[in-house]
Design a protein around this ligand. Sequence first.
Ligand SMILES: NC(=O)c1ccc[n+]([C@@H]2O[C@H](COP(=O)([O-])OP(=O)(O)OC[C@H]3O[C@@H](n4cnc5c(N)ncnc54)[C@H](O)[C@@H]3O)[C@@H](O)[C@H]2O)c1
Length: 330
Amino acid sequence: MKKSKKILITGGAGFVGAHLVEKLIKLGHKILVIDILKPQGGISFVNKKCKFIKGDISKISTIKKIKLWKPEIIYHLAAQSAVEPAYDDPKFDILTNTYGTFLLCNLAKSINVKKFIYTSSAAAIGSNSKKIINESIKVNPDSLYGITKHNGEILVKQILSSTRIKTIIFRLFNTYGPGEDLNNLKKGMVSIYSSYIWKKKPIIVKGSLNRYRDFVFIEDCVAILAKCVSVNFKNKNELFHLTMGENLTVKELLKKIIKASKNKFDYPIIQKKSTRGDSFGFRSSSKKLLGKFKYKPRYNLDKGLEKYFKWIKKIPIKKNLKPYHPLKNK
Ligand SMILES: NC(=O)c1ccc[n+]([C@@H]2O[C@H](COP(=O)([O-])OP(=O)(O)OC[C@H]3O[C@@H](n4cnc5c(N)ncnc54)[C@H](O)[C@@H]3O)[C@@H](O)[C@H]2O)c1
């Protein structure tokens, strides 16, 4: 086994974070998770095999605790992580995504970590007229969330520019999979529409059926993120669009979700007006990402949805989904 590293994962109890923690533990690394346990996307899950500190990354007291542990690598995932809720509590979004990232970058600089990996979002890009984009696209976020995630990118690059720390920024596209909170109808297109199916209710779509997104299954997303520990990055700053290059409209997505559910129920679609800050479409090339990481996607949408619904089918309709977290007994 390769040398075990001390790795901090902020937001490690959230949807993506919990899967990443599990993967890195399996690879033999020592993990510290800092999390406020207020996820938007995931069912909160603290892995028993990692060191856990409940704390807010926008508080100096939390940063001091991280400093004592002295990680060699930082994965910074903690965030107010969705477009709609940013407007419910803009102060929390701005404090966490911008000030929290500022504090973490300064901490990384002061303890001289080797790599700083930041999960930004496709929302940082915003709408654009190009059919297909890549990492060189000029950004123009449509939402407060997009702005604060983009601010995070700028802070990472600017604060860590005068150091030897390698910075790797990933713009995540719509990532879905077991572990998402099906009771949260404000984050994640796949989980929101799947939630209506889970509850056997008509599907409410806020916005056009022609909107389009790239969809990534959680296992592909986390496989790439985890590879950052061992990959040798020649450039000091890297930016990747974390997409497997599979793009669908909402209309096409709904068809696939209904098919994957195998439910014999007629799902009427109720269209409502779109929510504030919602972007019309993102579609990105995955060439740079798959080339650098020498990665072949393991899941297309059909295969990912099949696995997703195997998990969903086991969950009774309940408010508290914690007991049904897919990583619970692993
Ligand atoms: N899931 C996606 O499709 C997607 C898409 C684009 C970008 N992202 C980005 O990926 C990252 C992970 O997203 P996710 O889907 O797992 O979201 P999530 O909401 O499930 O997880 C985020 C975690 O951060 C924690 N957190 C929030 N504010 C905090 C604070 N101030 N201090 C400490 N912890 C805090 C939450 O409690 C939660 O556990 C985020 O940075 C998000 O912006 C995700």
